[in-house]
Design a protein around this ligand. Structure first.
Ligand SMILES: Cc1cc2nc3c(=O)[nH]c(=O)nc-3n(C[C@H](O)[C@H](O)[C@H](O)COP(=O)(O)O)c2cc1C
Length: 385
């Protein structure tokens, strides 16, 4: 039931480029795509654009009731989402449903606008279907983000074809002691636009940020945000580099503090068996700063979801992300315990057809296993058939 590869214009257009680490800079490529998406979103009622979007939705969307779920009060048409970091400024907020996603996580947004780290800061590692990035939360800041979403005139939370989460980070200029106030300023402003919000304490590219995963710090952060009168469902996104005790601890704290879900995993400082692999700069991965994403994260992604599932007694919705690049890897993350899944690096390498390929593959697996709804597959440990 795979999408017709003969018509895969993405691969025809970009296949050559994406199959090598050299060539057009990965960030330039990504920004060009985002500029086109931004234009299309603002002008989606123009006949030419609305026709293109209609064609996109007929290619990419799947309307299969067995993929529907209600999770932390949101109605998800399907369990597949766009992971945080691709649409940092929310420019495509109105369009992600046309690509077939059941949800999209916008951001990371910080209270202060910031440039991020010096360029180049995003590298393809084509042979491994991976990427290295040290973007450093480059974004236009929460106030501009608010205006960008408003300009697109999208439906209010609860009434959207695609659930929209907003992922929040700490501004670089804010000290770790003041971090809770910085997140709170962003959330207070953006809550009315959010179907859910994410406390991102797991990016490796903001100095000290990951220390906010420690019990005392994360408690303070959660309590400050939950105290806001307009706080939407609140999730925490964690790092793959936490040890087992730290994962257990964060799961316990999340349950105690009334967190609505955990997203696992962010990019990794681990280089796995790729330490000596050279990237475009001429340096090895071991010598370069930044977080690794894509296929090398697949196993760790399953491990963390499995651990979270067992230490939360299946009581907390989990979102699995990291190295998902096929229907099979999507299935494996769901049966390990993820109610929802997200893609980023795999989507870049495989192209937009990955969404219907995953949704069709999941539907077929459910049929083979006799499941009526994707909920039954979550944590079932059923193998890919
Ligand atoms: C270029 C790039 C930028 C990212 N930026 C963010 C970000 O701003 N916030 C965040 O929570 N995760 C960010 N991520 C991490 C992804 O959301 C995801 O957790 C990670 O890449 C693993 O998924 P993948 O293997 O499907 O890419 C970024 C990833 C990449 C590749």
């Amino acid at each position: 039931m795979s999408t017709n590869k003969k018509n895969d214009f993405y691969k025809i257009l970009l296949g050559q480029l994406l199959s090598q680490d050299e060539g057009i800079d990965a960030e330039i490529l990504s920004n060009s795509a985002l500029n086109a998406i931004k234009f299309a979103s603002l002008n989606r009622n123009f006949p030419i654009i609305s026709n293109i979007l209609l064609k996109a939705s007929s290619d990419f969307q799947r309307n299969n009731a067995s993929l529907n779920q209600i999770i932390f009060g949101n109605h998800f048409k399907n369990p597949l989402g766009l992971a945080a970091g691709f649409d940092k400024n929310g420019v495509g907020a109105a369009l992600w449903s046309y690509f077939g996603f059941g949800f999209a996580e916008l951001g990371t947004v910080t209270w202060h606008a910031q440039e991020g780290n010096p360029k180049p800061r995003l590298f393809r590692i084509a042979k491994e279907k991976a990427a290295l990035n040290r973007m450093g939360f480059n974004n236009e800041g929460a106030e501009k983000f608010f205006k960008t979403i408003k300009k697109q005139k999208i439906a209010s939370p609860g009434n959207r074809p695609c659930v929209l989460g907003i992922n929040l980070g700490k501004s670089k200029i804010t000290t770790l002691d003041e971090a809770h106030k910085d997140y709170a300023l962003s959330l207070k402003l953006l809550a009315p636009l959010s179907d859910y919000a994410v406390i991102n304490v797991s990016s490796p590219n903001t100095p000290g940020l990951r220390s906010l995963q420690e019990t005392k710090q994360i408690k303070k952060l959660i309590r400050t945000l939950k105290d806001l009168s307009n706080c939407p469902p609140l999730l925490v996104k964690i790092s793959p580099d936490l040890d087992n005790d730290a994962i257990d601890e964060i799961a316990t704290v999340s349950l105690e503090e009334g967190i609505d879900g955990i997203i696992a995993i962010n990019t990794s400082l681990n280089r796995f068996n790729l330490k000596n692999l050279k990237i475009k700069t001429g340096n090895t991965l071991e010598q370069e700063n930044g977080g690794l994403s894509g296929l090398p994260l697949q196993e760790r992604g399953i491990e963390v979801i499995t651990r979270l599932r067992s230490c939360t007694n299946n009581d907390l919705p989990l979102i699995g992300v990291g190295g998902i690049s096929s229907a099979k890897s999507a299935w494996e993350r769901i049966v390990a315990g993820a109610s929802l899944i997200q893609i980023y690096t795999g989507w870049i390498f495989e192209g937009p057809n990955l969404v219907p390929d995953i949704l069709d593959g999941l539907t077929l697996q459910m049929e083979k296993h006799g499941f009526k709804n994707i909920k039954e597959a979550v944590g079932s440990k059923e193998p890919w058939k």
